[in-house]
Design a protein around this ligand. Structure first.
Ligand SMILES: NC(=O)c1ccc[n+]([C@@H]2O[C@H](COP(=O)([O-])OP(=O)(O)OC[C@H]3O[C@@H](n4cnc5c(N)ncnc54)[C@H](O)[C@@H]3O)[C@@H](O)[C@H]2O)c1
Ligand SMILES: [Zn+2]
Length: 669
């Protein structure tokens, strides 16, 4: 593999983990491993800048948008956090901060890092207005109805709250409530939930708010947004939010040095087991909002905050059996079934084993006493075997050589770690997985059709390819389990609507191996229609920007397959978009087109965030730091001296508030 392929492979792997984590609430590797892989990708991208991709997991918040909720753009972007597992990392972070801010005193707020699902809630005139999930950071799901059922979310505020603002925090499930829920499930013979974080996140995605209301969720808040001018520091904003009636954790402290940050970390590393909620670390934030502004953001996280993650906890238990799961692409994942054991506050029954190599490397055998570890992660992993406790009659694990779902002989390609079931068209989880991918949000985005319904449709023999969706009739669907007249109608309408989805997304939806969203776009715009793409020879394909040998081979293999061709011909017949429709672009104002604009300082008529929104509405891009590429600087009061100097040195035009407003045609006296 060349370096470009290594990078692409790592990206795909991380995209898949993000999906498992955020969409399915079912991660298959530990957070620690995920973070290691992400750091590795970051390093490779830094060393090979020619492979930069704005869609890389290093550049984007990992969340997803869930179907069945209204998608709403965030007024202010929601970011992730940089994280570290060592105190050295924190010291380096402090140095980076001091370098930007100059030789000034920096105060920090230390907060606990709660493990749940992030939420952003808007209040207008003291009344809850809207609650959005983080989604991909730019837009989220409107889960207002669900959030309103949570008792610790105030419906009406008290005190001197601002007329309009957003507040952000974490929806968590306290251990006690979680255990009660599981107790109830066990009593009715159901499978208990695996941990509080997944359950909290999954709860927000429930369609039925009355179900959400039954769950003992809580909302912890830690960030007021959109009213910078009323606040001067993170710590004081926490106090204010508390006075308005929000549940703001009391553990947060204000400290004056990084040494005191370490004291906080040490204390909570030892005492967090006593907390009512799951925590996976500490978040350290620069206290002054003015300094925060100076530090700004990377494409993914604030430079003024850093998460410090706690180290993992370990226990011993018995490996009772190994089972094997088959994914959409046919990839086989082994799973360890463990004797139930308490670990970091939750009951652990399963652990991931990744692949045959991993099992062989650790010589993991059924009946072994294994060490299981759980850090910030959800699915724990086996990190070793207690060989002294190994039973005498123990036998080495023989990895399966046929598919557990369809019995086909498995294959393992040169250089790949995973085994695959090659029975593409006959293996149930692959068939269902492909259709689920086809209807997913970034693909055909079929409203009214979810993953479970796809399984149901398959089991009832109604669909075996995604083309079959377009033949579905209402009468066929209504008799299905949990289907009503209305939902069947919605499903049919959703499928009909999907015929408007543009070609590049249809191409992605087809599920050609290695053809992700970006590659699908490149191919769609290059070839303009499916027939041209289908006819393209290898030499031609690899000429397309970003298309390498591996992707080209996979495209060719896809179109060489008769079944695929038939399916595509059918899609064409139903009116699915299989060619690019050129449309005219509507531009509201192009005042800042092609320009990156940096905002700094304090403003009087607009908040800083409103100015940033306005820049984008007028065609510009908001930049976080001044460079030779900066088009304008919009400067309010108290612009940082280092920024000012830099802008002057590079001769970048500086706009004051009034001139900026004039440029975008706003008169505000
Ligand atoms: N295991 C997997 O497959 C997998 C996949 C994707 C992500 N992950 C894990 O998820 C994490 C990345 O997710 P992320 O982008 O949400 O980042 P993150 O969870 O590390 O940090 C950002 C989030 O922390 C939360 N948070 C909790 N307390 C906070 C506080 N006091 N102040 C500010 N924010 C606070 C917020 O919701 C915020 O969105 C990583 O730890 C990663 O390992 C794991
Ligand atoms: Zn199979």
């Amino acid at each position: 593999m060349n370096i470009g392929e290594v990078i692409e492979k790592l990206r795909e792997e991380l995209h898949a983990h993000n999906y498992n984590y955020y969409a399915l609430d079912n991660p298959t590797i530990s957070d620690f491993e995920f973070d290691q892989k992400l750091k590795e990708l970051e390093r490779l991208e830094l060393e090979n800048p020619e492979f930069y991709d704005e869609n890389s997991p290093t550049q984007r918040v990992g969340g997803v948008i869930v179907k069945n909720f209204e998608t709403v753009p965030h007024r202010y972007r929601m970011y992730s956090l940089d994280n570290s597992y060592s105190k050295e990392d924190l010291l380096e972070w402090e140095q980076r901060i001091q370098k930007v801010l100059g030789d000034v005193d920096v105060e920090y707020v230390c907060e606990l890092k709660y493990d749940g699902a992030s939420i952003s809630i808007t209040y207008e005139n003291g009344v809850i207005k809207q609650a959005l999930t983080r989604g991909d950071g730019f837009q989220g799901d409107d889960v207002t109805h669900n959030i309103k059922t949570i008792k610790s979310v105030p419906i009406k505020l008290k005190g001197d709250y601002p007329a309009i603002f957003e507040i952000r925090g974490e929806i968590v499930l306290p251990f006690k409530g979680f255990e009660q829920m599981n107790q109830d499930l066990i009593e009715i013979g159901e499978v208990p939930y695996s941990n509080p974080r997944n359950t909290a996140s999954g709860s927000l995605k429930l369609q039925d708010s009355s179900e959400v209301a039954k769950r003992p969720l809580e909302c912890l808040l830690y960030n007021v947004v959109g009213v910078n001018e009323l606040m001067e520091s993170q710590f004081s904003s926490l106090e204010k939010a508390r006075s308005w009636g929000f549940k703001v954790p009391k553990e947060a402290v204000l400290v004056k040095s990084i040494e005191e940050v370490f004291d906080f970390i040490n204390y909570w590393d030892a005492h967090r087991v006593g907390l009512p909620y799951e925590t996976d670390g500490v978040v350290v934030k620069v206290n002054s909002l003015y300094q925060q502004e100076e530090l700004g953001y990377t494409s993914k996280s604030p430079r003024w905050a850093m998460a410090y993650k706690f180290q993992a906890e370990q226990v011993e238990t018995i490996l009772e059996s190994i089972s094997y799961q088959v994914g959409r692409t046919g990839a086989i994942t082994p799973v360890a079934n463990l004797k139930a054991v308490q670990l970091a506050g939750t009951v652990v029954r399963r652990a991931s084993l990744h692949n045959a190599d991993q099992i062989e490397k650790l010589d993991i055998r059924v009946g072994d006493v294994v060490y299981v570890e759980k850090g910030g992660e959800i699915i724990p992993k086996i990190v070793g075997v207690n060989l002294e406790a190994r039973p005498e009659d123990s036998e080495p694990t023989v990895y399966i050589d046929t598919c557990p779902e369809c019995g086909t002989d498995l294959v393992r390609k040169e250089g790949e770690v995973q085994h695959y079931c090659p029975n593409f068209y006959g293996c149930a989880p692959q068939i269902v997985g492909r259709i689920q991918h086809f209807i997913s949000r970034k693909a055909m985005d079929v409203a009214g059709l979810g993953e479970e319904t796809v399984s149901l449709l398959y089991q009832s023999g109604l669909v075996t390819t995604y083309a079959d969706l377009y033949e579905l009739k209402k009468e066929e669907i209504v008799p299905l389990e949990r289907m009503a007249d209305k939902s069947a109608e919605n499903l049919i309408n959703g499928i009909e609507e999907s015929k408007k989805i543009p070609f590049e997304r249809v191409l992605y939806a087809l599920g050609i191996r290695f053809v992700g969203e970006t590659v699908a776009k490149k191919l769609a715009f290059h070839y303009k229609n499916i027939d041209a793409l289908r006819m393209a020879p290898l030499e031609d394909l690899i000429e397309v920007d970003e298309i390498g040998d591996k992707i080209a081979q996979s495209v060719i293999a896809f179109f060489e397959n008769e079944v695929n061709i038939q399916v595509i011909e059918r899609l064409k017949g139903y009116g699915v978009q299989l060619e690019v429709v050129e449309k005219e672009m509507i531009v509201h104002s192009n005042t800042f087109e092609g320009k990156t604009v940096v905002v700094s300082g304090v403003f009087t008529t607009f908040t800083r965030d409103e100015i940033k929104v306005a820049i984008e509405e007028h065609g510009g891009k908001v930049g976080s730091s001044i460079s030779a590429k900066t088009g304008f600087v919009v400067a309010g009061d108290k612009m940082g001296p280092s920024k000012l100097e830099k802008a002057q040195k590079l001769q970048i035009p500086i706009l004051d508030e009034m001139s900026f407003l004039k440029m975008i045609g706003v008169n505000r006296d």
